[in-house]
Design a binder for this molecule. Structure first.
Ligand code: SAM
Length: 472
């Protein structure tokens, strides 16, 4: 029944295979010999199978767990250096016809104010986001064919790309909307989206159906097979995720990696990124009513094991998590994070009083973007606003090839420096700017390729003179 190449959810996420890998992990969680074998394979930086990764996740030998964390950190450095890519979510509409019990957008919720942005309001949001310094957005919307039809989403994307304000521009719009048809994915592809993002929420079919009792999202197979349809439509950057807290984390972990293996087996392109959201308090949602919440230590282990299992896949953490938690996870594998986020509809241009806002969930890290950037630099990271891969056709299989050969540094490092310089000149506070210029100096010295170094130097001078958008 288990067949990673099949396009049927019940075959590429075969329940029996998930259970078998959990059993295998349970049986081997203290098997030193096997754990050592898996670790030596992992050290080659080419990834692990879901069964192997499940053993590491369950491993109870302290010394080996320390090795797992150290290896995750090493792989993170080898593949991503010290760069962290920044983005912000943009909530377009919270109208929704689904009944997801963990999400306050569910159709039975009569207390949350419903809002949908007009194209004029979207422009205002985008200007506010550009004035913060953002270049990359993830648009979010509830599922509602009448209020949020695909035409509305497409118009919104065109509006976002069309806003040119001062030196600002949104260069990559990632899209997080409900599972849809191949035809609609084609339309999204044509309008030039970056990554298509869809969280599975839970891979366990029974739990999934119970937590999504009504609406089109109830259909487990349709939701789980969405990435196949997106890829068939030509979207080759897709981003996976589960909502941790809904189901046993071990189940989700194995199934998530099986999903990644499936995309690789069926399309030769693994997921561009994996998100690791945890359930948060929201309007009429209390996370304490769910049994499967995970603590920070377990969460860190999950992130480390994903990093080791799929080294070439980006990992995303949102402002659902606190500053402290984000700091810990950055070391272990996170390569992208949101900053200065608002999860309410229209929240950037016109923040609403807490009690009447339309937020999807409470955010934990509420710092403005400037503070996040400064904090990242103080921790030794290089914040990046780069979107060049997408602009230069380095997507899908081509991106993965470059990534797997660890060549991506040659583009990413100078691009991070150039985009940070633009950010500092255009948007940063004095304090952030001072730290940033020093950092750029140090990072520039690290560029090894002389030609790239020379070109970066020229570009930095031209940015200083007021020109923009130099990328490798
Ligand atoms: N409506 C789209 C769909 O059906 O996939 C996606 C957009 S939704 C705005 C984005 C994600 O927020 C969901 O996929 C879910 O994982 C997450 N989410 C919903 N309620 C949440 C909560 N209470 N805490 C944390 N994340 C939540």
């Amino acid at each position: 029944m288990y067949n990673p190449k099949s396009h049927k959810a019940e075959e590429f996420i075969a329940h029996e295979e998930v259970l078998a890998s959990l059993e295998y992990a349970e049986k081997n969680k203290n098997n030193l010999k096997l754990i050592d074998e898996i670790l030596s394979k992992a050290k080659k930086g080419k990834g692990l199978s879901h069964r192997e990764a499940a053993v590491l996740l369950d491993c109870e030998i302290e010394e080996k767990n320390n090795e797992i964390f150290a290896l995750a950190e090493k792989i993170k450095k080898d593949y991503y250096g010290n760069r962290i890519v920044l983005f912000a979510p943009l909530y377009l509409s919270n109208y929704c016809v689904n009944g997801c019990v963990y999400c306050p957008y569910h159709s039975q919720n009569k207390t949350i104010p419903r809002r949908k942005l007009s194209q004029e309001e979207i422009k205002n949001e985008v200007i506010a986001l550009q004035d913060m310094g953002h270049k990359r957005l993830a648009i979010e919307a509830g599922e509602d064919p009448e209020n949020n039809p695909i035409e509305y989403i497409l118009d919104s994307i065109k509006t976002i790309y069309g806003v040119k304000h001062k030196n600002g521009a949104i260069r990559r719009v990632n899209v997080n909307i409900a599972a849809t048809t191949v035809e609609n994915y084609k339309k999204l592809h044509e309008v030039g989206i970056g990554t298509y993002v869809l969280f599975q929420e839970t891979y366990n079919k029974e739990t999934y159906e119970r937590l999504h009792p009504t609406g089109p999202k109830h259909d487990y197979a349709y939701h789980t097979e969405a990435m196949d349809r997106a890829m068939q439509a030509g979207i080759d950057d897709v981003s996976l995720g589960v909502l941790f807290g809904l189901e046993l984390y071990r189940y989700e972990f194995s199934a998530l990696l099986m999903h990644a293996e499936h995309l690789e087996a069926a399309f030769k392109v693994g997921p561009h990124a994996i998100s690791v959201p945890r359930l948060r308090k929201a309007d009429d949602v209390n996370p304490d009513e769910f049994d499967n919440g995970i603590d920070d230590d377990t969460f860190a282990k999950i992130v480390a094991c994903i990093r080791i299992a799929v080294p070439y896949t980006g990992m995303i953490i949102s402002t659902r998590e606190s500053e402290e938690c984000r700091k810990r996870l950055l070391h272990l594998g996170i390569s992208q994070m949101s900053g200065g986020s608002k999860t309410s509809v229209g929240g950037y241009f016109n923040p609403m009083p807490e009690d009447e806002n339309s937020a999807q969930f409470d955010i934990s890290d509420r710092r403005p973007l400037d503070e996040v950037i400064r904090w990242l630099m103080e921790l030794g990271y290089l914040p990046s606003f780069c979107t060049a891969c997408y602009g230069s056709g380095r997507t899908g299989e081509r991106f993965m090839e470059i990534c797997k050969e660890q060549q991506i540094h040659n583009f990413c490092q100078p691009n991070a420096i150039l985009t940070l310089k633009e950010y500092l000149d255009d948007y940063a506070s004095e304090q952030t700017r001072a730290i940033g210029y020093k950092l750029i100096h140090g990072e520039f010295d690290k560029i090894k390729d002389e030609k790239i170094k020379e070109a970066t130097k020229t570009y930095l001078e031209r940015i200083e003179a007021g020109e923009r958008n130099f990328r490798f």
